[in-house]
Design a binder for this molecule. Structure first.
Ligand SMILES: Nc1ncnc2c1ncn2[C@@H]1O[C@H](COP(=O)(O)OP(=O)(O)O)[C@@H](O)[C@H]1O
Ligand SMILES: N[C@@H](CCOP(=O)(O)O)C(=O)O
Length: 293
């Protein structure tokens, strides 16, 4: 059985804890019944021996498997990871979503996506990564009465994402602690109006609006100060023709959107300017978590 989950870019500027989008970079796990428990890792995290012991995937999988099954089978887990850890591309959401989906699938129990989304909420209490990880596409989401309420929009093929991934990880948990406890009414209105306009722009495919609507006063400047080169990345990406360019989740990745015709030029300019960062173009994912039995 194979389960794959896409990387996600959350916030998208002003949509703190609300907006997120799925990218065509994925973590996959292949699970086979086996005499003994064993783990193999390829790609991201493969040089981290701790992930072979009790990693977050295995512990969430076991929580669910032990609840769902009376049998005590062992499994071989083969991970193929494309989502870099702690870079603001939703690696923790990818792990949470794939672990829950895997436990249900291995037991042959149907798990509708909305239910999976609400189960994932217990492990990550902001819905902006888990929603696109489960559903794919661009999503606006909130949590009400312990349930995720969301609206999804498929992304067109003529738009591409350009990601700039620094070497330095940023822990989402730690980064959230650096944000202000309170915001002024002006800043709240600024973010509310920009996030609303950005959402409307995605829904109506008004791409020229993205640059203006993706401005934010809630989190980016506080987080980017810890890595000031990111201000240069943003400036360079917009100058090279991106439609929008924002910190991805809590960082350290920078995420931009462009027309397909412009993406290679933008990628080339960013690579030349920031040779010490990984820069590449990727498609959007409109499907979300996928289980192949
Ligand atoms: N492939 C993986 N396998 C196991 N655990 C992972 C994996 N990817 C991420 N994690 C867990 O998620 C944590 C990173 O979460 P977080 O700081 O929220 O980063 P991100 O911005 O990538 O979601 C890691 O420290 C690790 O505990
Ligand atoms: N809204 C969250 C998003 C965190 O995304 P991640 O990919 O960095 O985990 C936040 O801004 O803290």
């Amino acid at each position: 059985m194979r389960v794959s989950v896409p990387a996600t870019s959350a916030n998208m500027g002003p949509g703190f804890d609300t907006l997120g989008i799925a990218l065509r970079m994925k973590n996959q796990v292949l699970i086979k019944p086996s005499k003994f428990h064993s783990v193999s890792l390829k790609g991201e995290g493969s040089n981290n021996p701790a992930l072979k012991d009790n990693n977050m995937f295995i512990s969430i999988f076991n929580d669910f498997y032990h609840n769902l099954s009376t049998k005590r089978r062992n499994f071989r887990f083969e991970f193929f990871n494309e989502v870099p850890m702690s870079r603001g591309l939703g690696s923790s959401s990818a792990v949470i979503v794939s672990a829950i989906a895997s436990a249900y699938a291995i037991e042959g129990i149907e798990l509708p996506k909305p239910k999976l989304l609400n189960l994932a909420l217990a492990y990550e209490n902001h819905p902006d990564n888990i929603t696109p990880a489960v559903m794919g596409g661009f999503n606006v989401a909130t949590v009400q009465d312990n349930e995720v309420k969301y609206i999804k929009k498929d992304m067109p093929k003529y738009l591409k994402a350009i990601v700039v991934i620094p070497n330095r990880p940023i822990s989402t948990h730690m980064s959230r602690k650096t944000l202000p406890y309170k915001y002024s009414k002006d800043d709240a209105v600024f973010n509310l109006s920009h996030a609303s306009l950005l959402t409307a722009a995605f829904m109506t495919e008004n791409w020229e609006m993205l640059r203006m609507a993706s401005q934010d006063k809630f989190h980016q400047k506080y987080r980017m100060k810890q890595m000031p080169e990111l201000f240069e990345v943003q400036k360079a990406s917009l100058k090279a023709g991106s439609l929008m360019s924002t910190l991805s989740g809590s960082g350290s990745t920078f995420f931009s959107i462009s027309h397909a015709d412009d993406c290679r030029k933008i990628e080339k300019e960013l690579k030349a300017k920031f040779p010490h960062f990984r820069v590449f173009v990727t498609d959007f994912d409109n499907y979300g978590v996928r289980v192949d039995k």
